[in-house]
Unconditional design. Structure first.
Length: 253
């Protein structure tokens, strides 16, 4: 995805941090989480950066997945400044862009459960994250969920953050692999090498800072230099399974 949680993988590929004789890394880049998941379901890729809600949905469809790592993704609900929305209870009769059966859908539920609105909130499915951002910038949407770096771009343009997933004590970003693929001995060796280099890429980003990789961010995430400079400090953790408590939060969604 053109999102910051994928930066370690882009660095692995572009920085050639890995030994190609041990790991054959080929990236498939999509702007929609749905497209990423379709590639997994149809066995066109071995792994994907997604979220726990989407992963759970795929597993319910019979796709065996292995949690490789939680990611540092967070989502902000950002209201269009022209809509004059400052509080969640003002979302009545407004449009909120998200993706069905995803972290953003789950977060919309949890957010609206905390307030009472005077009218229905209309959930509009906009899967492409770049299109979602452009709809905000072009004043075509009242509010929407964005992760980084798109959220920073929206804030720079003066739009208002009215909810943040970090305040809900839920870490929903996750990196998965197809379980069937990982049973192969060769794949197991590749996964071991992938893990080692992924951790090294995280260390490199943490040491050098996001701005050191501005060209990568601009290339894959389609944002400008001003947005890159304004990105908040984000820590990239070594590969580690998501918390069971986070998995439990979404299992019945």
């Amino acid at each position: 995805m053109p999102t910051l949680d994928c930066l370690p993988v882009y660095l692995m590929k572009e920085g050639m941090l890995y030994d190609s004789t041990k790991l054959d890394l080929r990236l498939r880049v999509f702007a929609s989480q749905m497209d990423c998941d379709t590639a997994v379901i149809r066995n066109r890729v071995e792994g994907s950066v997604t979220d726990l809600v989407r992963a759970n949905k795929m597993m319910k469809k019979g796709i065996a997945l292995r949690y490789f790592s939680a990611t540092n993704s967070y989502w902000q609900l950002i209201a269009n400044r022209t809509a004059r929305i400052r509080q969640l209870n003002q979302l009545g009769d407004k449009m909120v862009a998200m993706t069905r059966f995803s972290a953003t859908d789950f977060l919309t539920d949890k957010t609206l459960d905390t307030v009472k609105t005077k009218a229905q909130v209309f959930r509009i499915q906009i899967n492409n994250v770049n299109v979602r951002l452009h709809m905000l910038l072009n004043n075509e949407m009242d509010a929407l969920w964005l992760t980084e770096p798109q959220a920073t771009k929206a804030r720079l343009m003066g739009h208002n953050v009215i909810a943040d997933s970090r305040e809900m004590n839920a870490q929903l970003g996750v990196f998965v692999f197809r379980e069937d693929e990982m049973k192969d001995v060769h794949r197991q060796k590749q996964l071991k090498e992938f893990t080692r280099i992924y951790n090294a890429a995280c260390d490199s980003i943490n040491k050098n800072g996001l701005q050191a990789y501005s060209e990568l961010i601009k290339k894959y995430m389609k944002v400008d230099e001003r947005t890159v400079k304004a990105l908040p400090k984000i820590v990239f953790k070594h590969a580690s399974s998501p918390l069971q408590s986070d998995i439990n939060k979404i299992k019945d969604f």
